[in-house]
Design a protein around this ligand. Structure first.
Ligand code: ATP
Ligand code: MG
Length: 456
């Protein structure tokens, strides 16, 4: 139905070359104000009643036209941040690269930004590669549209009149399933290399193909991503990994030659035959959860992305005679330290990653009180999910995963039976396979490591 509507829109609103925007009424685009979140509607209304222009803009309008539920709402306005702040009791000005206002209404937070002038590398402060460092000059609505990245992201929806203001034929591009850059793609990538990642992410997520003019320069210009601050890159990576479309996004990144250097984390792993299956499984799993609106944690995903590096490091240490548990902790620190400079993984995420990894050898200990203690751990569930992925990828036997599932859900008697039936030797600990002949004398405290079973 939406497609039919769009076709109608396109027929009537032939793209014009003038700077006047197309005003597209509801009969031609089909977005009713009820489809827009109450908080976004209210924010626009209050601003307009106080004499300002205000529109829902960007991703939300694009997603509504495509038929995806928007995940958040941005509002663009002629009001300054201070004027916006004064109109909403529950609001605050936040200044990252530029000042914007968060307006809280019910459970929602709406990001309100003042119209800004287009970036111009000639007249703004840039780094030596042409990357724009400051872009906080206020401007007209037309300028605001022009400084946005893609035509489909430069659509302004007025909930009062249910009209879309379209400066760059974004509605037509949505109809043609095309992601088109506003302006010259090379210039726009130089100003902000993150736009290359956005192109890939939005293309994969929305099923739009990147217009050839915007697609071709990516391969050559990928190196510019090296100059982007790690924290910004990390934000964008999180968006990509948790878009619900991480698998198609990453496949596309590879195709565009964008995965090297950009994702130090994925770089190694995606090239590793052993880690490959595990990582794709983890990503598919995350995609599914995001699409089903289930909670996902960055710590869990990063733990999977780096696991095979930890495994290799851990195995080497054990082969050199280090004890299982301290060897794991050393391996964890070394792998995480190597990432620290490259990606700005926050300290909280690092904590989560370590928790999940540290639980893994404990799943091998199926005797005495230890299993009872393990299932009481607050991170037991995450650790078990991780264990299951390891089994699905063929690293360890599924028997171990099933055993813990049964143990966690069993009553007293069944637990005792399960403990009696558990194999004596660890079912996991695949790396120990290499050191079968070099086994040191038992270390006590359940630390002895047996030979690993053959992989299924
Ligand atoms: P999503 O929220 O689904 O990830 P989005 O397009 O809404 O996608 P945001 O990061 O929320 O992405 O940005 C909101 C809007 O700001 C975009 O639609 C676009 O108009 C503009 N924008 C974001 N990043 C850039 C950029 N790097 N260069 C130019 N415009 C941008
Ligand atoms: Mg958005």
């Amino acid at each position: 139905m939406i497609r039919k509507l769009l076709r109608k829109v396109f027929r009537r609103a032939a793209p014009s070359a003038s700077a006047e925007p197309a005003l597209i009424p509801v009969e031609r685009h089909g977005i009713r104000r009820e489809q827009v979140s109450p908080a976004a509607r209210k924010t626009c209304k209050v601003l307009q009643e106080n004499g300002h222009k205000a529109y829902v803009v960007g991703g939300a309008v694009r997603d509504l036209l495509i038929g995806h539920p928007p995940k958040d709402y941005d509002v663009a306005t002629s009001a300054t941040p201070e004027e916006v702040r004064a109109l909403f009791r529950r609001s605050r000005i936040i200044g990252r690269r530029f000042k914007i206002v968060h307006v809280m209404s019910g459970p929602e937070t709406i990001e309100v930004s003042t119209f800004r002038a287009s970036q111009d590398a000639e007249s703004t402060e840039t780094d030596e590669h042409g990357r724009v460092l400051r872009d906080n000059v206020y401007g007209s609505m037309a300028e605001d549209a022009t400084r946005r990245d893609f035509t489909v992201n430069a659509l302004y929806y007025d909930p009062q009149s249910e009209t879309i203001v379209d400066y760059h034929h974004g509605v037509a591009d949505i109809q043609h399933k095309t992601l088109r850059m506003i302006g010259d793609p090379r210039t726009r990538y130089r100003e902000d290399p993150v736009r290359m990642l956005r192109a890939v992410r939005l293309g994969a997520k929305l099923g739009l193909s990147i217009d050839p003019d915007a697609r071709h320069p990516i391969r050559d210009m990928a190196v510019l991503l090296e100059n982007v601050p790690a924290a910004r890159l990390f934000d964008e990576m999180l968006k990509l990994l948790f878009s619900g479309y991480a698998v198609p996004c990453l496949k596309q990144l590879r195709e565009e030659g964008l995965h090297h250097g950009l994702l130090p984390l994925l770089d190694v792993i995606l090239e590793q035959p052993l880690g490959e299956r595990f990582v794709w499984l983890a990503l598919e799993n995350t995609d599914q959860r995001v699409r089903q609106d289930k909670p996902v944690s960055p710590g869990f995903l990063f733990a999977t992305l780096l696991w095979h590096e930890v495994l290799a490091n851990w195995a080497a240490r054990k082969a050199a005679g280090e004890h299982t548990q301290p060897a794991l902790f050393q391996a964890m620190d070394e792998v995480l330290d190597a990432q620290a400079g490259k990606l700005a993984i926050t300290r909280r995420i690092v904590g989560d990653i370590k928790d999940i990894w540290a639980l893994q050898p404990r799943f091998d200990k199926r005797t005495g009180k230890m299993p009872y203690r393990l299932i009481e751990q607050p991170r037991f569930r995450a650790g078990w999910d991780f264990l299951r992925l390891r089994a699905q990828s063929g690293e360890i036997p599924m028997e171990l995963v099933d055993w813990w599932d049964r143990f966690a859900h069993a009553g007293e008697e069944e637990r005792a039976t399960l403990l009696r039936s558990a194999p004596e030797t660890p079912a996991s600990d695949a790396p120990a396979k290499k050191r079968r002949r070099r086994r040191r004398k038992p270390t006590g405290g359940g630390e002895a490591v047996g030979g690993a079973p053959e992989q299924p």
